[in-house]
Design a protein around this ligand. Structure first.
Ligand code: GLN
Length: 231
């Protein structure tokens, strides 16, 4: 166990639904992030209290010190590094576009002209969509929760969604009614975050625990549990 965290309880914010990283199964929060964090906490001798807040809300709670850390499939970006400290990366991601399964009109960014696309507030998917919207002439609408964003695409309010490719792949494989139509864009890796300069012991403990899980094979087991079933 690492110094300074043994026996401590940390409040950790997460997204509400971001399968396979966090989602509910029979009412219980499960997923890659949850399993990794719980295994690391056990390994390092600390306790966690999970708050299922939503992505943007979790980041805001961290900034205002209402939670000690965030794990939410959160991309390590230069902009976020200004305000947060990140753990070592634990999953490589990237952005992809998806449309409703029965939509045969939108196969690339060129087909988005004059249309509306859905993103989740405060995400890399939103940043990417905003960065190309003027070139391709589409409108971006942001939702707080993944479910609202996906529903808007299925209901036809938006013709496409930009989201992280492992999440889209998992959703499509579990029959969520969408299909991916573009190659993935290079994106950032996921990291566990604490406020800048705050909780350095927690960050160290997370990194130590993560390294141990990788060495023991438990990291691969956790990923396989969720990725074999879905993506
Ligand atoms: N990886 C994306 C980001 O950090 C999305 C995370 C999420 O929606 N939970 O912006």
């Amino acid at each position: 166990a690492a110094d300074g965290v043994e026996g401590e309880t940390f409040v950790i914010g997460t997204d509400t639904t971001f399968a396979p990283f966090e989602f509910r199964e029979n009412g219980e929060l499960v997923g890659i992030d949850m399993d990794l964090l719980n295994a690391i906490a056990e390994e390092e001798g600390f306790n966690v209290e999970i708050q299922s807040l939503g992505f943007d809300a979790a980041l805001q709670s961290l900034q205002s010190n209402q939670v000690d850390g965030v794990i939410a499939g959160m991309s390590i970006t230069d902009e976020r590094r200004q305000v947060f400290d990140f753990s070592d990366p634990y999953f490589e991601s990237g952005i992809q576009m998806a449309v409703a399964e029965n939509n045969n009109d939108v196969a690339g960014y060129e087909d988005l002209r004059g249309k509306r696309v859905a993103v989740k507030t405060g995400t890399e998917g939103q940043t990417f969509a905003e960065s190309i919207k003027d070139d391709y002439g589409f409108e971006v609408v942001a939702f707080a929760q993944s479910a609202q964003m996906y529903d808007d695409v299925k209901a036809g309010g938006s013709v496409a969604v930009f989201d992280d490719y492992p999440v889209l792949a998992y959703g499509v494989a579990s029959g969520n009614g969408l299909k991916t139509v573009t190659e993935k864009e290079a994106g950032s890796s996921y990291g566990f975050a604490v406020n800048k300069g705050a909780n350095p012991e927690l960050l160290t403990a997370f990194n130590d625990g993560l390294a141990d899980l990788k060495e023991s094979g438990e990291y691969d087991e956790i990923l396989d549990t969720y990725l074999e079933a879905g993506a």
